[in-house]
Design a protein around this ligand. Sequence first.
Ligand SMILES: [Zn+2]
Length: 614
Amino acid sequence: MPISDSEIAQVRAATDIVALMSEYVALKKSGRRWTGLCPFHGEKTPSFSVNAEEGRYYCFGCRASGDQITFVREMQHLDFIEAVRLLADRAGIELHEDANAGPARKERQELLSAMAAAVEWYHDRLLNAPDARPVRDYLRSRGISGEIARQFKLGWAPDEWDALSAALKLSEKTLTGTGLGFVNKRGRSQDALRARLIFPIFDSAGRAIAVGGRILPPDPNRPVREDARVEAKYKNSPETAIYSKRKTLYALNWAKDDIIKSGEIIVCEGYTDVIAFFGAGLARAVATCGTALGEDHFRTMRNFATRIVLAYDADKAGQSAAASVYQWERQHEVDVLVARLPKGSDPAELAQKDPDALRQAVANAVPFLQFRLDRVLDAANLATAEGRVRAAEAAMLVLAEHPSELVRDQYLMQVADRLRLEPSALRPRVGELARNPVKREIPNEPPPEGPARRRVSSGSMPRPGLEALRLYLHFPREAKERFIAQYFVNETQREIFEGLATGAPVSEVVDALERRGEEDAAGVLSQLVVDELDREYTSDDVTAVVSQLLRRAVSEELKNVERELRGGTLSPDVAMATIRDVKERVSMLETPHGELAEKDLRSWLLTRRAGDTP
Ligand SMILES: [Zn+2]
């Protein structure tokens, strides 16, 4: 059963577009609009504009436009129905189709509620259960207070087979669907995590979607049991219908605000590193969830910040696939930097020992290429000529990976200087390596093509018509009574006006125009609705625009009169009188008698063009 138009309207009305978009993009209030960096194309200055009241967005850069539904469709690669369902979920609206359709969606909803309940249950165990006392002691010893435990909703999975499944009475389907447990060989429900500290993982909207579990280090006061199994330090939820590892960044839900404020995002390796950064006053750290940093992560991150600081252990950072990093920098217009942590230390340790050093490492983060070069040069023996030549060869290999010749050359001079060599001696070798790379990581797949963007521009349209529509949209109190469809000589503008005059929300007007194949009109309206009025308008402005529109509309109509005169369907007397009267009224516009003239001309156009519109 399709979703009805009234339900779609209800979903739109219930969805605050600014709140929705803020889950993905940093928006700032600017006049009556909200603006930000466009999530659909890479850019460094904002050309993305949102009209909160009408629930519309438009990008002046790539011309992406739409409403709440289009937005989630594009961001999450959903079809129309899926997007409406997602927004209905979010707004707590039950769609009529729910009764007999959308089992996948209902299932998703069940998994999300089960995960939320599990996170609460684990959290409560950590805070209150007697068996969690050693865990609480351990956390305190690592500098993790009760306050932090509450902030990150940390939990405790007790050392029992089925404590969670039994307490929450989860069905087999939900248990396995969330990855919270499984059915064992004897056909009984069993928890996936036991005797582990729980780090719940939320999506950027703050919904629990997975959990990570860490074993505690062995208690030195307790003898290790003979039969103790060797277990992985971390055990995480598997990929499920609600959890995609390569799309998720741990802690993004908490870090978002600070990331937007600072324009910087810190990427680290584990949950405890993230918590350490928050503790050191850098509440803009996130971690990947058991996968390497990849294309999907960059897509998410670049919507929030353009400065991305990797805070990995130095060896790990050095191993990041350079070709991919440079490609992401270019493709998403972000800068990837590396925080130089003291050798052998991770952020969690450093935050405890010397939080200042941690903050410094982030503040002094160096570009990725610089970091890689430094590692090569720092490891080299520069005392001998042979050592310097070997270092030069290694440095050239690193340099050659960067796609920009200009960037390569900047660093080449630095390398030459450090190795006491002539830049001209190194340049040919770098050029050669760049053209014939020794080995290169396979570049990531290009981004999938987004829905076709409208290429319509309002730039070539008559100004007065555009002004009139703008006033009509943004200054309705004064404008509503003064405009009629017959004033618009431009077909597209008239279509838009007629849509708006029905009083329907803009998104519905856009939909209706699209359904009728009026793509141009839909595109222009999408843009107009996010335009900012550059000042407060008065009724004088409306009068001026009405006059301009009228002059144009009247002169078009007079051509018809002349045509009729030539064709003999209008007698010369009547035609002449009409032309004289109309021209006289036009000359009176914007004089003290303007109001009267406007009324007369309006009536004349209405009678002349009564049959014009269906
Ligand atoms: Zn754009």
